[in-house]
Design a protein around this ligand. Sequence first.
Ligand SMILES: [Zn+2]
Length: 141
Amino acid sequence: MSEVERVSESYVPFRPGLLRFEGGRGVLVGGRCRSCGAVYFPAPEVCARCQGQDLEGVDLSGRGTVYTYTVVRQSTPEFRTPYVLVYVDLPEGVRVLGQLVGCEPEAVRVGMPVEVVFEEVARDPQGRPVVGWRFHPATEA
Ligand SMILES: [Zn+2]
């Protein structure tokens, strides 16, 4: 059973509006300016390019490439170190921050292809899974 199948039943999104599940498939949701076409993640109230205020939700591609990264070696007690944070460029023209999993810190490279995965990151006070996104090295298409 995939991570998505496991968490799509009664999940709570990490932050409202940033992701959704459809047909067992998770999707990051950004915002596209209806005036100039600029795409953002997360969606802002106002377009930074044209100051337009008419933005629509847009599904983002689940695949991208590492723009840059850092290896976190000290953190708060709830995070096991070391872990890798990556900024990922998606084809829609947005850069998304997330944790990279499934890869040793020494193996991360700028430009490497990655894909988004949705995983339980915590439990809410009612015991429901809280779901967020992480990146995983992509298999070459
Ligand atoms: Zn705009």
